[in-house]
Design a protein around this ligand. Structure first.
Ligand code: ATP
Ligand code: GLN
Length: 146
């Protein structure tokens, strides 16, 4: 049965309506990234302070003379943004545009399929829960109907 075969294949990637864009970025670029996302109607964003180790290794992040690292891990910020499938590539492109310096340590982006979104206040699920008033979808529909 084709569907079952696809699901047990090692390169099977589940298709989803929503994806989480998870970006590990330089802390001093976060303001720039989040204000650019807000301008495009991306209003739901979660950030956490994290520490990591990549090709940059334990090399200290330096900005305006202050050091952000302790021991061998470098301070990074993790941004998590759940968006509808059609918004994924736009969000990724914007993050790269705003976060990239070209130097080692610019970070990485992971894309994770999301099975559902539930708004706690209303109990809404799926598209209703994922949509935000004045969000990217609203901005695009205003543009396309005017
Ligand atoms: P409500 O209308 O009930 O306020 P909401 O959709 O605006 O619902 P909040 O309750 O304001 O959601 O969201 C709480 C927190 O959840 C936010 O501060 C943010 O950290 C996180 N969050 C909300 N939406 C998203 C999203 N699409 N992606 C990532 N994080 C989100
Ligand atoms: N996809 C939502 C919308 O268009 C926005 C999601 C988000 O801001 N993370 O309303």
């Amino acid at each position: 049965f084709p569907i079952i075969r696809a699901q047990i294949s090692p390169d099977f990637v589940p298709d989803a309506k929503f994806y989480k864009v998870e970006a590990i970025l330089r802390p001093w670029r976060i303001q720039q990234v989040s204000s650019a996302l807000l301008k495009m109607g991306i209003r739901g964003v979660t950030v956490s302070d994290v520490r990591g180790f990549g090709a940059q290794g334990g090399l200290t992040e330096r900005q305006a003379g202050s050091e952000f690292s302790e021991d061998t891990f470098v301070a990074k910020v993790k941004m998590e943004i759940v968006v509808s499938k059609d918004q994924v590539e736009g969000v990724i492109a914007k993050i790269i545009e705003e976060a990239r310096t070209g130097e080692i340590g610019d970070g990485k982006i992971f894309l994770i399929p999301i099975s559902d979104v539930i708004r706690v206040r209303t109990g809404e699920r799926g598209e209703k829960a994922e949509r935000m008033v004045g969000g990217h979808a609203d901005m695009s529909s205003v543009l396309s109907t005017s």
